[in-house]
Design a protein around this ligand. Structure first.
Ligand code: FAD
Length: 455
């Protein structure tokens, strides 16, 4: 096989976009993927979760639409059809990625890559018994579910009583009761589906709040919303043991046993850095991921790491941006990623979205900030589409620099509106300039304009 200019391990968003851009720019490129193109994101992450969440939303709205003058008789959710639709979506998008790679003349190898070492041709990797070489090497191996050493957890995973996002998205039958271990983004999106379709869900979360680093008031509002829909939350609680049919959790030293049909493990994800020979070429990595600098270079010249495996910001859109920045740097066009303006979203219903600092994180960094909070009922469209909607937006303003430091939101379309907010945080324009942006009327996004006018 030819000696490629660029060799990429991992065909998720980071790897496949890097391959597409590099090859389109004229670098001979090989992409190695052991499972399916599209990686976690397309096959068992971002996209399939949104497919099933859309079905849950349609179902819930069908049940709750009477105040809007629409009565749906006999609304039913066919879970098997939801999963079949999700599978269709995944198939379409994965074949789209394969088509784009082909169009861009990327050589795609299906198989597990193991790094053999370095020689005069560059880096050597073994795939399906063949030796492949590349002058430069990009690691884009992504992340995997964290499996902590909880007694009974491994056995639970083996028996199928404990599942991860992978099985949760393929579950052909709904359990009656489910315990979700971890109230972070992935856990909450699964709660949003399973609770909406009638599963009795209990969330066990070690922290005193859900939704990790999200603004405290927003995570409180989300907690209230889902508690109101019948989800039980055990906060400041730790799972200490798993037995077939039950879990034991502990709060302030007091144990509690919860019986359930299924347990979903969502205690976070860890970068994939072991098992494929990184050590043979001396690339430094630890539990937090492969160490990279601001140009995505590892400690070994000619080796780069992008996406979840570097552990910087484990989001698909970060992986995309890192792929772009890396290819630009390889082509001699200096580029770096502005991590501070990368938005994050929780696709619950209502949606939660955030970019930049919260008041708390800003104050911890010693910044002088002011918070502006507006309810979404400032938007005519929000009032038209929500009965007694409780959504709100918060701006965090850096008062020393007179710049927008963060935007946080809970409510409809938050996932779409946050892109405009992220651009505002990224561009670091003065509020006087930001206030001149015109939002279409009537949109929920107009509240961002209203809030800016309060600065
Ligand atoms: P991955 O997508 O993980 O791809 C890495 C690929 O490398 C995998 O396909 C793997 O098979 C392959 N690989 C690993 N080792 C080898 C080897 N030795 N040889 C060959 N191939 C190898 N992010 C968002 O931004 N928005 C969301 O809404 C969102 N929702 C999510 C929901 C869930 C349930 C989960 C689990 C994640 C979600 N994420 C979301 C995170 C997102 O999926 C990741 O950030 C993204 O996939 C990272 O892309 P990546 O290219 O770094 O890695």
């Amino acid at each position: 096989m030819e000696n490629f200019e660029l060799m990429i391990i991992g065909g998720g968003p980071g790897g496949y976009l890097c391959a597409e851009l590099a090859s389109a720019a004229g670098l001979s490129t090989v992409l190695i993927e052991r499972r399916a193109l599209g990686g976690t994101c397309l096959n068992e992450g971002c996209v399939p979760t949104k497919a099933i969440l859309n079905s849950a939303k349609l179902y819930r709205h069908a049940l709750d639409s009477a105040p809007f003058g629409v009565t749906v008789q006999g609304a039913e959710l066919n879970h098997e059809q939801v999963i079949a639709h999700k599978d269709d979506v995944v198939r379409t998008l994965v074949s789209g990625v394969a088509g784009t790679l082909k169009k861009n003349k990327v050589t795609v190898l299906n198989g597990e890559a193991a790094i053999l070492g370095r020689d005069e041709d560059g880096f050597a990797v073994q795939v399906n018994g063949e030796r492949v070489t590349g002058r430069r090497l990009v690691i884009a191996t992504g992340s995997e579910t964290t499996v902590p050493p909880i007694p009974g957890l491994r056995e639970g995973l083996e028996s199928g009583f404990v599942i991860t996002n992978r099985e949760a998205l393929a579950n052909r039958q709904l359990p009656k009761t489910m315990v979700v271990m971890g109230g972070g983004v992935i856990g909450l999106e699964m709660v949003a589906y399973y609770a909406s379709v009638g599963v009795q869900v209990t969330v066990v979360e070690m922290l005193p709040k859900i939704a990790g680093p999200m603004d405290d008031e927003i995570s409180g509002a989300l907690l209230k919303e889902y508690t109101g829909r019948g989800v039980a939350f055990k906060l400041s609680s730790r799972v200490t043991e798993i037995q077939q049919g039950r879990i034991v959790c502990e709060k302030d030293g007091v144990p509690e046993t919860i019986e359930c049909d299924q347990v979903l493990l969502s205690l976070g994800r860890r970068p994939v850095t072991a098992g494929f020979g990184l050590e043979t070429i001396g690339v430094e990595a630890d539990r937090a991921g492969i160490r990279t600098d601001e140009r995505l270079r590892t400690n070994v010249p000619g080796v780069y790491a992008i996406g979840d495996c570097n552990g910087v910001s484990m989001l698909a859109h970060t992986a995309y941006r890192e792929a772009e920045a890396l290819v630009n740097n390889l082509l001699g066009r200096p580029d770096r990623v502005n991590y501070h303006s990368i938005a994050s979203v929780i696709y619950t219903d209502p949606e939660v979205a955030a970019v930049g600092e919260t008041k708390k994180s800003a104050e911890e960094k010693g910044m002088a900030v002011r918070e502006i909070r507006l309810p979404l009922v400032y938007s005519g469209r929000y009032v038209a589409e929500n009965i007694k909607g409780k959504g709100f937006i918060k701006l965090v303003v850096d008062t020393d620099r007179n710049r927008l430091a963060g935007v946080h939101m809970i409510g409809s379309y938050a996932s779409e509106i946050i892109a405009a907010a992220a651009m505002m945080v990224d561009q670091e324009l003065p509020p006087e300039r930001l206030k001149k942006f015109v939002f279409p009327h009537p949109t929920v996004g107009e509240v961002l304009h209203n809030a800016l006018n309060e600065i």
